[in-house]
Design a protein around this ligand. Structure first.
Ligand code: MG
Length: 193
């Protein structure tokens, strides 16, 4: 049996492929900030970037990214067989495998990630729009959805972590020594991300 590919090799490939395809992690972090910024007054781009990097550590996400980018690249080189070549190359409207692949990797981040993905799929902001409208050349049928899924997962992760941190802070407040967290100020706002 073949040796499994080391996680580091896979992660390095993900970073390299995103870079080769013109996606910077700060581009994705900007989308995360747009999604979560309104719910957390001190949210910074650095926090969003840190969340993007954490999401990129997940094997399911890494595999989806590698599969999707590979198919985009093969379509660019016209190396797929017909009719798939034409379908992916033209980013045919009814071809849903790009969304399905990307969606599968956000499931682990809860409903906020899911609804954020739907929002990005519909509204396509920042680099997602650039990729979707094929500014420049190249096939980005899978990549736009993958970027949306990374951003959505990172946003979901931030929403849940922010709540955890609020509750931890509340639990440490004087007069709350019994460990029952005091309800935080605007906890449910993140739920509607
Ligand atoms: Mg697409």
């Amino acid at each position: 049996m073949n040796q499994p590919v080391h996680s580091r090799t896979v992660r390095d490939a993900v970073y390299r492929k995103l870079d080769e395809r013109g996606v910077r992690l700060t581009d994705i972090a900007e989308i995360v900030l747009e999604l979560q910024g309104p719910y957390h007054k001190d949210m910074t781009l650095e926090t969003c970037l840190e969340s993007v990097k954490a999401v990129l550590e997940k094997r399911e996400m890494q595999h989806a990214i590698l599969v999707g980018i590979e198919l985009d690249c093969l379509a660019e080189k016209k190396m797929l067989s017909e009719p798939l070549q034409s379908i992916i190359e033209s980013d045919e409207g009814l071809f849903g495998c790009d969304e399905t692949l990307a969606l599968g990797s956000v499931f682990g981040y809860g409903s906020i990630a899911l609804t954020s993905f739907g929002h990005l799929d519909k509204n396509k902001t920042g680099i997602i729009r650039k990729l979707d409208t094929k500014a420049g050349s190249g096939v980005h049928t899978f990549l736009d959805d993958l970027v949306a899924s990374i951003a959505a997962a990172a946003a979901g992760r931030i929403a849940h972590r922010a709540r955890d941190e609020e509750e931890q802070r509340a639990a440490l407040k004087p007069g709350n020594a019994d460990g029952e967290p005091i309800a935080a100020d605007a906890p449910d706002s993140a739920e509607s991300a």
